[in-house]
Design a protein around this ligand. Structure first.
Ligand code: SF4
Length: 331
């Protein structure tokens, strides 16, 4: 049994402005994936692709007007229908989460010690003394220097990279089965980004913690993940092993994301490739492929019918373009 099995997960938001009869907006549309113990999955796409709402739904963290449907089975139990108290026990304990901006995840009025030990006392019944010892050990593991002294400090006394390390330490102190990291390096400079990715890789390797990494950055996926799922306008457009996805992308959007990656061997005067246009607004997606207005390979059919997910070997993709036309041979 997979550790986490998500089946046909959809997320809709009721429009706050339109009264009870106003149609709701779908931001995640029948997304499925599974995660084995110790695996690493990157969920990648531009802002508004639905990747963050997918994991927010799993953890019961949608805004008040949001509703999730489908199934999200953690060790066989559906997180979407779980009672709040049971979900609370799993969240933060079996499934840890690290968000993009460490400053908004840490309470500026509480010391790092109080913020870290509270979870251990609550979920594990640890005494204050035991919890402090474990918290210091966790900070040392993520290489916070002089952890025994710094644990008494407040978040503003830490740099951005150190705050992110504190959050990772707080999540890992609970020894979760799964760590969900939502853009964990976006707010950090490049050197610190590399350190955080290395830290996540180490934790996956040494503790066997499965990682779901939410990112818009294909480079980060390549560094950390075994598998990747590409999302666009709330849907999965391609899912494959990172090796296959980078070697032979089967969807024009994946190709566009890969083409936009900076390369060291690129001449300095060569402009960076970009995907023209912007993703569609949720609720404003026509009948055809949501990527059609930006796709250089779009055909008449693409504007009329939305492609469904097809399985090709071990991978899936949603595109009308025959694979043969991409590579001359079947995938
Ligand atoms: Fe492009 Fe058509 Fe494929 Fe959509 S279905 S990605 S528009 S080729």
């Amino acid at each position: 049994m997979a550790l986490l099995e998500v089946k046909d997960l959809s997320v809709t938001f009721a429009r706050r402005d339109g009264g009870a009869d106003a149609p709701s907006v779908t931001v995640v549309d029948k997304v499925s994936f599974s995660l084995e113990a110790g695996a690493t999955l990157g969920i990648v796409g531009e802002s508004g692709s639905g990747k963050s709402q997918t994991v927010m739904a799993l953890l019961g963290l949608l805004a008040g007007n949001g509703r999730a449907s489908g199934e999200a089975l953690y060790r066989g139990e559906n997180l979407l229908t779980m009672k709040p108290a049971a979900l609370n026990r799993i969240r933060g304990s079996r499934i840890g989460m690290v968000f993009q901006d460490p400053m908004t995840s840490l309470n500026p009025f509480l010391t790092i010690e109080r913020q870290m030990t509270e979870t251990l006392e609550l979920h594990r019944g640890a005494s204050r003394r035991e919890a402090r010892k474990l918290a210091i050990e966790a900070l040392e593991r993520v290489r916070i220097p002089d952890a025994a002294r710094r644990i008494g400090m407040y978040p503003h006394e830490f740099s951005g990279g150190m705050r992110q390390r504190v959050l990772i330490a707080a999540a890992l102190m609970m020894e979760p089965d799964v760590l969900i990291a939502d853009e964990p390096t976006t707010a950090l400079d490049v050197t610190v980004q590399a350190q955080i990715i290395e830290l996540l890789r180490e934790l996956n390797r040494e503790n066997g913690t499965a990682i779901v990494l939410i990112t818009h950055d294909m480079g980060v996926v390549a560094e950390l993940c075994d598998d990747a799922m590409v999302m666009y306008a709330g849907r999965t457009v391609e899912r494959a092993s990172v090796r296959e996805l980078f070697g032979r992308p089967l969807h024009p959007y994946t190709t566009g994301l890969l083409g936009a990656l900076p390369r060291l061997d690129m001449p300095l005067d060569q402009p960076m490739q970009t995907i023209p246009g912007n993703p569609p607004m949720p609720g404003r997606i026509g009948a055809g492929c949501a990527f059609a207005p930006r796709c250089a390979s779009a055909m008449a059919r693409c504007h009329e019918a939305r492609p469904t997910l097809e399985t090709i070997g071990e991978r899936v993709r949603a595109c009308h373009l025959p694979v043969e036309s991409l590579y001359g041979v079947p995938a």
